[in-house]
Design a protein around this ligand. Sequence first.
Ligand SMILES: [Zn+2]
Length: 199
Amino acid sequence: MQYPEPIAKLIDSYMKLPGIGNKTATRLAFYTVDMNKDDVKEFSHALLATKEDLHYCSICGNLTDEDPCEICRDKTRDQTKILVVEQPKDIMVMEKVQEYHGLYHVLHGVLSPIEGKGPEDLNITSLIRRLQKNGEVKEVIVATNATPEGEATAMYLSKLIKPAGIRVTRLAHGLSVGTDIEYADEMTLFKAVQGRTEM
Ligand SMILES: [Zn+2]
C-alpha cells in the first residue's frame, strides 16, 4: 500500500532537509498530520517567509528582512573594523562572542578551484567598493574557516586589501585545521579574536 499523496509529498519534502532519512521524514510527516491547523499554518508561513521576506543586505551580504541590515544600520558599532566571514550564519556565531563590536562582510563562499569558484563568484567586489567608499575602515579581520580554501581566500584578500594601507588580520584559530567557526565554542572564538595575527 502507498501513502496518500499529501503524506508522500510531505515525506519527500522532509527528506530534502540535511540529515533526514526516510524513517525520520515519515515520522515527521505523521507528526505534522496530528498537529493543529494553526501550528501547521504558522510553520508553512515561516517556511515561505524565508524565501519571500529575506534578502541579502546590499552593504554586507548578511541575511536580513530589512535593507541595510540591523548591523549595518547600527552607528554605535565600531565602524573601523570589518570582519569577513564565509556565510551569514557565521555572523550569528561571532555575535555571541562579546569581544567583537565592529561590522561584517559575508563572502558567500570561499575560493575553490575544484568547484570552479573564483573571486568573481564571491561577494568581494562589494567589499573593495566598501573600503574605497568608506575611509573609516582601518582593519579587515578575515574569519574564513581553517580549511585550505579558507586559508587561500584569506591570502587572496590580504594581497588585495593591504596595498590600500588597511590592516588585514586573521583570526588566531585555536581550532584544529579544518574546523568551521560555526562549531567553535565561545571561549575559543573569544581568544581567536583577541589573538588575531597580522597577515
Ligand atoms: Zn548589512
